[in-house]
Design a protein around this ligand. Structure first.
Ligand SMILES: [Fe+2]
Length: 260
């Protein structure tokens, strides 16, 4: 049997220029390094970064991630999130050797990276023109397809987070529903693991490499769970498996924090 393509998704690293700086009590650089080390042991063929890579929008914060990911020795594809500075991220990504493509074929799968951010907004939104392009592309690409974006399309059951999911998921479903080759949709943003099914497509959210948000919480609540990453093994005939690896590392979080 052909070896599957091994993909690692890393998301919501929230790094700072100063590696000592903390986000709600968590040293995001330390937890990111621990997760990247574990991900490297998985020997991925490619890495997908799904946004909120920086917390302070500095070039240095992105450069830390470029440096850390060199240990994986594989192509790195990336998306921004609502916390990112799009132009700074794009510049460091280019100089750091990350791949610029938002569409590519590898291992017999078609990969689509969608920008779900709206400048100045926390919540997600998908542009109609981009969805029209996606429909056209899916008509031309019969390969099994994986789509990644920062924001989730589904509610996670926490009102404070669900207010900032993709605000117009119907335009996405109008684009993909007629294309059964779409198998997997990945997101970050919610700092917790979820799985949804819709029309034969599996939608996954993935833990952050730093702080975790408590599931089903009505208001902002941190979860002391370990950080992690998602792995996927993709076969060219469209079959796949996926899971989340949690990485045991010292995560100290400020449980009295009431905002993010
Ligand atoms: Fe985030």
């Amino acid at each position: 049997m052909q070896r599957p393509l091994r993909v690692v998704q890393l998301t919501d690293t929230h790094l700072f220029a100063d590696p000592q700086q903390t986000l709600l009590g968590c040293r995001t650089w330390l937890t990111c390094q621990a997760v990247v080390t574990e991900a490297a042991a998985y020997c991925p063929d490619l890495v997908l970064l799904t946004g909120d890579l920086s917390q302070d929008e500095s070039a240095a914060s992105y450069q830390h991630l470029v440096n850390a990911l060199r240990s994986l020795d594989c192509p790195v594809y990336w998306l921004g999130g609502n916390h990112d500075a799009a132009s700074v991220l794009a510049e460091v990504a280019a100089t750091g050797g990350w791949r610029p493509e938002k569409r590519f074929v590898q291992g017999g799968w078609y990969f689509v990276l969608l920008d779900s951010t709206l400048p100045g907004q926390v919540g997600g939104w998908l542009q109609r023109a981009a969805m029209a392009e996606l429909t056209e592309e899916l008509t031309q690409h019969p390969e099994p397809t994986l789509i990644a974006m920062h924001h989730p399309l589904f509610p996670v059951g926490s009102p404070w987070l669900d207010d900032s999911r993709v605000g117009n998921p119907e335009v996405f479903w109008q684009a993909v529903d007629r294309h059964p080759q779409v198998r997997v949709v990945l997101c970050g943003h919610v700092h917790q693991e979820h799985t949804w099914q819709r029309c034969g497509v599996t939608y996954y959210s993935t833990p952050s490499t730093c702080i975790q948000f408590a599931a089903q919480a009505d208001t902002f609540t941190l979860d002391p769970a370990f950080p992690g990453f998602r792995w996927l093994e993709l076969l060219p005939d469209g079959r796949y498996t996926s899971g989340v690896v949690r990485v045991a590392c010292p995560v100290t979080v400020d449980q009295d924090a009431n905002g993010y």
